[in-house]
Design a protein around this ligand. Structure first.
Ligand SMILES: *Cc1c(COP(=O)(O)O)cnc(C)c1O
Length: 403
């Protein structure tokens, strides 16, 4: 089958809940993927940061392969020999007492919500716990999570909605202070809003959120599913401002690009509210997931990818800001949201043109594209990708009626 046949069959037999670029990937290594026709592309999306350590990372792959031959699934009805190391390693990485493992990011967010509510009921004696969330958030796709989305595509048509959330403006500490009442149990926040277009909060905001939560006696929950695990140049995006949330929500890169692995991490006074039978997952914390997770944690403890993201990220941001047709560049580390002059092209058009030049990236919201290559990318490849973006923007400018 050629590319068109693959796409036609896929589109006729699957729900149209995505609008993929017309490329059919067959293999990959490091930062590069190869399509069914043998064409190579530089992956500048990295599975929305699930592939921070690259496609087929040898260390993670070796751990997965060894585990595949030994033991893959037990359920949590029994212990298995990978679990203790995973829990120990991840609590150490997070500086927390305990973890609760799940699979997808949305499940980890649901877990955080359930834990916060239960903590509210049992520790604070609140009957109708409420959680403060941010405008333009992205926390996943479950019915409860889309209930507090402000994106009509994500939310509309899925009611009735789960109550118990108050939405405030991202970046305003005052808005949080005003929203807190006797029912508030937590603030759920992305330290960088990835899906919204790689939006950084104003300097000093995250420490203020921390301070507000501490003085109100409520939980600060950081969704670091996309921002965490090296992407921004630190282990957690909260680290940039020295902020320690009460609960980390992790996913994506925790699975090493191999299997879905997610978790929440918190201290015992919070996670301890969950007792046997009160929450769980058949696959959460399975042996293969833990073996992969252990390899990821070992990599993160060495810090080499955090350093790469910092160093390459500095070049990335400097060069992007100098490109013609770019209105704004946001981000941190190897993560950039780039607003293109909307009179030049849509984000989708830019991504389609980039694809023909051998770079895969993803648009978000109109004329914004984001670049988030695997952190294994070389400086040369990164520079080449930016050259391709410069060429694409140059071509759109040459075609623009304004000139
Ligand atoms: C991707 C993402 C999620 C949801 O993760 P899934 O694995 O797709 O369920 C939640 N929060 C953030 C910040 C994300 O980027």
């Amino acid at each position: 089958m050629n590319t068109r046949d693959f796409i036609e069959l896929a589109e006729s037999r699957s729900a149209h809940n995505y609008h993929p670029l017309p490329v059919v990937i067959a293999s990959a290594e490091g930062a590069w993927v190869v399509d069914v026709e043998g064409k190579r592309y530089l992956d500048c999306l990295a599975g929305y940061s699930s592939l921070n350590f690259g496609h087929g990372n040898p260390e993670i792959l070796a751990a997965a392969r060894a585990q595949l031959d030994r033991l893959t699934l037990t359920s949590r009805a029994f212990y298995h020999d990978q679990f203790a190391a995973f829990a120990d390693g991840l609590t150490d990485l997070c500086g927390k007492d305990m973890i609760l493992p799940m699979n997808t990011g949305a499940e980890a967010v649901e877990t955080a919500i359930k834990v916060a509510r239960k903590w509210g009921h049992e520790v604070k004696g609140i009957r109708e716990p409420n959680i403060i969330v941010m405008e333009d958030n992205f926390h996943g796709r479950t019915t409860t999570i889309v209930s507090f989305s402000t994106d009509p595509d994500a939310r509309d048509g899925y009611g009735p909605y789960t109550p118990g959330f108050t939405i405030v403006k991202y970046g305003s500490a005052e808005a949080i202070r005003e929203a807190i009442d006797e029912n508030t149990v937590a603030v759920l926040i992305e330290p960088v809003q990835g899906e919204a277009g790689v939006l950084l909060p104003p300097d000093g905001y995250l420490p203020q959120v921390r301070e507000i939560c501490t003085s109100a006696g409520i939980l600060m929950i950081a969704d670091e599913i996309q921002s965490g695990l090296g992407r921004t140049g630190m282990t957690f995006a909260c680290d940039h401002e020295g902020v320690i949330p009460d609960m980390y929500v992790l996913g994506k890169a925790l699975g090493g690009g191999i299997v879905p692995v997610s978790a929440v991490a918190a201290n015992a006074d919070v996670l301890g509210v969950i007792k046997p039978g009160q929450h769980g997952s058949t696959f959460g914390g399975n042996p293969l997931a833990c073996a992969v997770g252990n390899a990821v944690i070992a990599i993160l403890k060495r810090g080499e990818f955090q350093a790469r993201a910092r160093e390459l990220g500095a070049t990335l941001h400097d060069r992007l800001r100098a490109l013609p047709g770019v209105v704004a560049v946001r981000g941190r580390g190897l993560w950039a949201g780039i607003d293109i002059d909307p009179s030049l092209a849509s984000g989708r058009q830019v991504c389609e043109s980039l694809m023909t030049k051998g770079v895969l990236a993803k648009d978000t919201h109109g004329s914004t594209i984001r670049l988030a290559p695997p952190l294994v990318i070389t400086a040369e490849d990164l520079s080449w990708a930016i050259d391709q973006l410069a060429a694409v923007l140059g071509e759109f400018q040459a075609r623009s009626p304004k000139l």
